[in-house]
Ligand binder design. Structure first.
Ligand code: SF4
Ligand code: SF4
Length: 161
């Protein structure tokens, strides 16, 4: 997808986090740790892999959906992927047809912020995440990626919610 759009979308969340304080202190940065078997990780948007090279803190591998970054050490935050920047939110198409956000089903297993819902997050963060996804959707490949992600998210939610 258009790299400028991707970079600008990442930039919208550059200085924002879900809470005004470091939420990683609540959970030991649970969302940055791989699964027990060393798998799992962060979905990369189309073309984002190139922005991670070289990556000293993790490895990019295949997944059935999209290339995935699995981290083995704390990252260079300036270079963290867009999916990290919006977590624990995930894309969903709203009733109006525009992209918006909701809590990521995968966050339920690890993220203490899920309990308070979107209303418990910093509103500037939520707004920026929504704006970033709408920017991504201006690119046809980005929009198609969001569709695939939202469909996968539905699968995750089915047995859980
Ligand atoms: S799991 Fe949730 S609370 Fe913990 S660092 Fe990630 S987003 Fe913050
Ligand atoms: S890139 Fe950074 S924020 Fe994202 S999972 Fe890895 S360590 Fe965590």
């Amino acid at each position: 997808m258009n790299q400028e759009i991707l970079i600008n979308a990442r930039g919208l969340l550059g200085g924002l986090t879900p809470m005004l304080t470091d939420c990683g202190q609540l959970c030991g940065a649970a969302c940055c740790r791989p699964d027990e078997d060393g798998q799992g990780g962060v979905y990369l948007f189309p073309g984002e892999e190139a922005l991670l090279e070289p990556c000293a803190w993790g490895r990019v591998g295949p997944s059935p959906f999209t290339p995935m970054l699995t981290c083995e050490a704390p990252c260079d935050r300036e270079r963290r992927p867009l999916a990290c920047r919006i977590f624990p939110l995930t894309p969903v198409r709203g009733k109006s047809g525009r992209w918006t956000v909701r809590m990521d089903a995968r966050a339920r297993a690890m993220c203490p912020l899920v309990r308070s819902g979107i209303g418990g997050l910093d509103p500037d963060f939520v707004r920026a995440a929504r704006d970033a996804l709408r920017l991504i959707a201006r690119d046809p490949e980005g929009d198609a990626f969001l569709e695939k992600w939202a469909a996968l998210e539905e699968e995750y939610r089915r047995p859980l919610w």
